[in-house]
Design a protein around this ligand. Structure first.
Ligand SMILES: *Cc1c(COP(=O)(O)O)cnc(C)c1O
Length: 397
């Protein structure tokens, strides 16, 4: 199988299209989909040598698969990471990072504003194994430092975070992790490597739900872990091999091919989201607009420093609480009511009653999730049509 060896000199757009490509002897131009569970050997001696690791080659698709390898390699090149491993979902990636590297007695520090299921893993599952946690306001760098203990092994954050688009200063938190000999893992699902590469700011591990902007068309679930060779060898590889959160080669192929257009799509998501945020900012019934590249975002300068664009998600608050929010959502003609994000189709959700309904009222208040808050994942439709749709729905609200 022919592997590409020149990637070191390539720019990001070229890497997104060609990075990690392996051609079979048929010399196909488009990456092949290897829909196989197993692999045959020329001889028993060859099987023995592959299992001993004396020669390369695949053994079983729970351990590795050529299509999955191409996706992992392309993701690693785009994030500037030494290695990558793909998983069945974003949550499988998050859980694998935690459970492969932590043990009883260890402590983690995490930003409170995080994806609902990540919060569940941190608060409900890890403590069952004697792994304790401290949640902090991610924007408060001093709070991270204060939460550190001798047992702290891992720091975890999401930036921008769901659903209020709060940011965390990756470089500042990475410095704290380094000082205490801990690792920093960043969930980069909202920005994607097209807009933010956490390793450039010192993060040790990057996690993706490729279900979102990497797929970009709402078709397939997937996750990715990017890390260095040491984390892979010491923790991740053996864990993934034996616990089996493997991605289907089909889903890996979809996401691999999607990377070819990631930058183009993200550029358009950012432009559309910026236009929607500006439009919402001018509406009387809208009491708050949250978008990282909007001038009145409280961390606008940090957004400009660590992101190449504001992303596709905009949150806003309508006057009149839940009743108004529901009326607005129900009156939309183009934008769908859906809790997913990162789709070409614009999707709107009411976090209080959906994605964050299992979070306590106290935590919701701390996170700024009010009854009137709505989150739009701005898609790739014409921004004018989206603004007109919101305008007519706001009249009803
Ligand atoms: C969706 C999402 C996840 C979970 O990913 P799945 O692919 O749904 O398992 C984790 N983190 C963030 C920020 C997400 O948006």
């Amino acid at each position: 199988m022919a592997t590409n060896k020149k990637t070191g000199k390539w720019r990001k757009r070229t890497l997104a299209v060609r990075g990690g490509m392996m051609r079979s002897p048929f010399q196909e131009t488009s990456e092949a989909l290897y829909m196989t569970s197993g692999y045959a050997y020329e001889s028993s001696e060859e099987a023995e040598a592959r299992f001993k690791g004396e020669i390369g080659g695949y053994q079983y698709s729970r351990f590795g698969n050529p299509t999955v390898s191409m996706f992992e390699e392309r993701m690693a090149l785009l994030e500037g990471a030494p290695v990558g491993r793909a998983t069945a979902t974003g949550m499988a990636a998050v859980t694998a990072v935690f459970l492969s590297s932590l043990k009883t007695g260890d402590h983690i520090v995490a930003a409170r504003a995080m994806f609902g299921s990540c919060l569940h893993v941190v608060e409900q599952i890890l403590p069952r194994f004697g792994i304790t946690y401290t949640l902090v306001d991610g924007a408060d760098t001093a709070a991270w430092e204060k939460a550190m203990r001798p047992q702290t092994k891992l720091l975890f954050l999401e930036t921008p975070s769901n659903p209020t688009l709060a940011l965390v200063d990756i470089a500042a938190v990475a410095k704290i992790a380094d000082k205490h000999g801990a690792l920093l893992a960043v969930d980069n699902a909202f920005a994607s490597p097209a807009l933010q590469r956490p390793m450039e700011f010192g993060a040790h591990i990057v996690i993706h739900s490729s279900t979102k902007y990497i797929d970009g068309q709402g078709r397939a679930l997937g996750g990715v872990i990017l890390c260095d060779k040491k984390f892979l060898d010491d923790h991740l590889q053996v864990f993934l091999r034996n616990t089996g959160p493997a991605i289907s080669p089909f889903n890996a192929w979809l996401h691999l091919k999607s990377l070819e257009t990631l930058e183009l799509r993200m550029k358009q998501h950012c432009e559309n989201a910026g236009r929607v945020a500006d439009f919402l900012g001018r509406q009387k019934k809208v009491t708050r607009v949250l978008y990282p590249f909007h001038p009145d975002h409280p961390q606008h300068n940090l957004a400009k420093a660590q992101m190449d664009g504001g992303g596709g998600v905009v949150a806003f608050e309508v006057a009149g609480g839940k009743a108004s929010a529901f009326k607005l959502a129900n009156a939309l003609n183009i934008i769908d009511v859906s809790n997913n994000l990162g789709d070409a189709k614009s999707l709107l959700t009411h976090p209080e009653t959906t994605t964050h309904s299992k979070v306590t009222q106290e935590e919701r208040t701390a996170l700024g999730i009010t009854p009137g808050l709505l989150r739009i994942s701005v898609g790739l439709e014409d921004a004018e049509d989206l603004c007109e749709d919101l305008e007519q729905a706001l009249k009803v609200a």
